[in-house]
Ligand binder design. Structure first.
Ligand SMILES: [Zn+2]
Length: 281
C-alpha cells in the first residue's frame, strides 16, 4: 500500500472503516504528539474526541483510508493528549504522506471557509459534486479553489548569491527574492520585474528550478535560478530592508528546510562547495 496521499473529490466506494481527520483551528492542525513524532487523529468519526466541526470536506486517501478536512471554532479545546500545532512547525515531524495531505487539507479548509457565498450575486454556494468546485445556489456560477502563483528566484553573480532580508522576516534571516505573478505576465516576466523592483538589478539566463505548493494561504511557489546581468543594488528600505551578495562561506541565517527557498540556497551551497573541493584537490 502506498504511503502517499492521493487527492480525490469523490469518496471511495469500498473504503475500509476508519479515516484520517485533518482538523484545523485556523492554521493549526490537531495532532497527537509522542516524543519527536506527531500523528494525525484516526478513527470512525470526530465525536469520539468530543469534537464538532463547523465544516467538513473529503480530501482523498492516505494509505488507502479516507481523509477529511475539518474546520473547528476558534475556542475549541484540544482533546486530552492532543494539541493544535502550527502546520509549518510539523515539517520533518509528521511523516511525508500525512504532511502532504495536511498541506492540501489546509488549503481546502481555508477555501471552504472563504467561499461560502457567491462572488457574483452573494447567494450561498454549495459543493459542485464531481469537481473540486462550489456552485452558487441562485445564479449557478462556479468557483474553484484559488491558487496564487508566485515566483521565487536565486540570483548568482560568479561565486556569490543575492540574499535579502524582508521587513517581515525575523531579525538576521535572509532569503532569495519572491513575488506574486500579476495578470498578463509570464513567469519569466514576473522574475525580471520583481528583481528589478526590489533590488534595481537586471538578470539573465532565467531557468526553471522546481515548484512547491505553499498553502499559507493559497500560493504555488515557482522556483527559478538566474544570473546577474547589470545594475547596482538599490532597495526601498520598506519591504526589503537589506540585500547583498554572499559567498558560500559567509552565508547569513537562512530559511528552514520546509521551503523551496531553502532548496534553492542548498543547491547553490552544494554547487559551490563541490567546485571549491575540486579546485583545492
Ligand atoms: Zn451567484
Amino acid at each position: 500500500m502506498t504511503d502517499s496521499f492521493i487527492p480525490s473529490v469523490k469518496p471511495l466506494q469500498d473504503a475500509p472503516a476508519g479515516a484520517f481527520w485533518f482538523v484545523f483551528l485556523r492554521q493549526k492542525l490537531l495532532v497527537s504528539m509522542n516524543a519527536d513524532t506527531a500523528t494525525i487523529p484516526f478513527g470512525e468519526g470526530l465525536d469520539r474526541w468530543g469534537l464538532a466541526g463547523l465544516r467538513q470536506q473529503y480530501l482523498g486517501t492516505l494509505r488507502g483510508f479516507s481523509c477529511h478536512g475539518v474546520e473547528v471554532g476558534d475556542k475549541t479545546p484540544a482533546p486530552p493528549g492532543m494539541a493544535f500545532v502550527a502546520l509549518r512547525s510539523l515539517y520533518g515531524i509528521l511523516e511525508e504522506g500525512p504532511f502532504k495531505a495536511a498541506m492540501t487539507a489546509m488549503h481546502l479548509v481555508e477555501w471552504n471557509r472563504t467561499s461560502l457565498f457567491c462572488g457574483r450575486c452573494g447567494a450561498r454556494t454549495e459543493a459542485a459534486g464531481e469537481e473540486r468546485a462550489k456552485k452558487c445556489t441562485e445564479c449557478g456560477a462556479l468557483s474553484f479553489p484559488r491558487i496564487s502563483p508566485a515566483v521565487i528566484v536565486l540570483i548568482e553573480r560568479g561565486e556569490q548569491v543575492l540574499l535579502a532580508r524582508a521587513s517581515r522576516f525575523p531579525e538576521s534571516m535572509h532569503s532569495v527574492l519572491a513575488g506574486f505573478v500579476e495578470p498578463g505576465e509570464s513567469l519569466e516576466e514576473t522574475v525580471s520585474r520583481e528583481i528589478k523592483e526590489e533590488t534595481g538589478i537586471l538578470v539573465e539566463d532565467v531557468r526553471y528550478f522546481g515548484s512547491q505548493p505553499w498553502p499559507f494561504p493559497d500560493s504555488l511557489m515557482v522556483g527559478f535560478t538566474a544570473r546577474y546581468a547589470s545594475g547596482e543594488i538599490r532597495i526601498d528600505g520598506k519591504e526589503i530592508v537589506e540585500a547583498r551578495w554572499f559567498g558560500v562561506d559567509d552565508l547569513p541565517e537562512i530559511p528552514g528546510k520546509i521551503s523551496i527557498a531553502r532548496k534553492l540556497i542548498d543547491w547553490f551551497i552544494e554547487k559551490h562547495r563541490a567546485a571549491k573541493k575540486i579546485s583545492t584537490e
